[in-house]
Design a protein around this ligand. Sequence first.
Ligand code: UDP
Ligand code: MN
Length: 279
Amino acid sequence: VTGTPKPPTTELNDIFISVKTTKNYHDSRLALIIKTWFQLAKEQTWFFTDTHDSYYQEKTKGHFIKTNCSMGHFRKALCCKMSAELDVFLQSGKKWFCHFDDDNYVNIPRLVRLLEEYNPSQDWYLGKPSIASPLEILLDSKIPTETPSKKITFWFATGGAGFCLSRALTRRMLPIAGDGKFISIGDKIRFPDDVTMGFIIEHLLKVPLTVVDNFHSHLEPMEFIRPETFHDQVSFSYARMKNEWNIIKVDGFDLKKDPKRFYSLHCHLFPYFSFCPPR
Ligand code: UDP
Ligand code: MN
């Protein structure tokens, strides 16, 4: 019996994992990542930041990439980092590009299993939107490919939940968005980096977003992710919303010791880790 050929097997080493960060978050966010999920993908994970940091450069064995992007949570700086992430990936020769924020926990074995289901030589844009309907934007005539002003709609994967692109797709992106051109596209549409990504992929290249519900950003309530399903989720996050934390509900270390719940989550998934309590 002949069926559809299985895609070539994907392993961890086929994945380029990039994490966007900034000087102020090295201690407060990266330290947590480096002690937990980074340990499962040390060779494959790269941090994109804006400041030299010899302490973390050493801790990650040189996996800290200082971009020339400015600090600050504004569109241009964020698009600049995404552009750098994409360009370094394109140089890497890996089969998959996966972007995450520095407030994500990435469940590495699950990420590998997810990508095993897709063929990297086909066009894949995998992620999760945070809005219920596609984004509608008004393009003006400043964009060369668009003649008069017109309304367009497209989906985009929320950057804060993480998303993955196949090598084949990024190869098609190269002429329009490679070598720093991602930044100019962001400048033209004047939307954040994750929206710019959706614009390039869905609108310009006509490759639809494939929704993967197992990615999670802190735009969703983390407490509703059921512990029985933790092993099946690709990413998690946390955020402080006014006075309350949006965090996953997981047994483990006390809140004082683990306010963001990532140590507890890590021990739930990988109980043999050195810092986990004996079971
Ligand atoms: N970020 C950055 N520069 C900044 C602020 C934030 O590169 O000045 C990065 C940060 O490291 C994270 C992402 O942008 O990976 C999102 O930042 P944050 O979680 O603070 O804000 P959100 O957009 O999720 O509300
Ligand atoms: Mn965030």
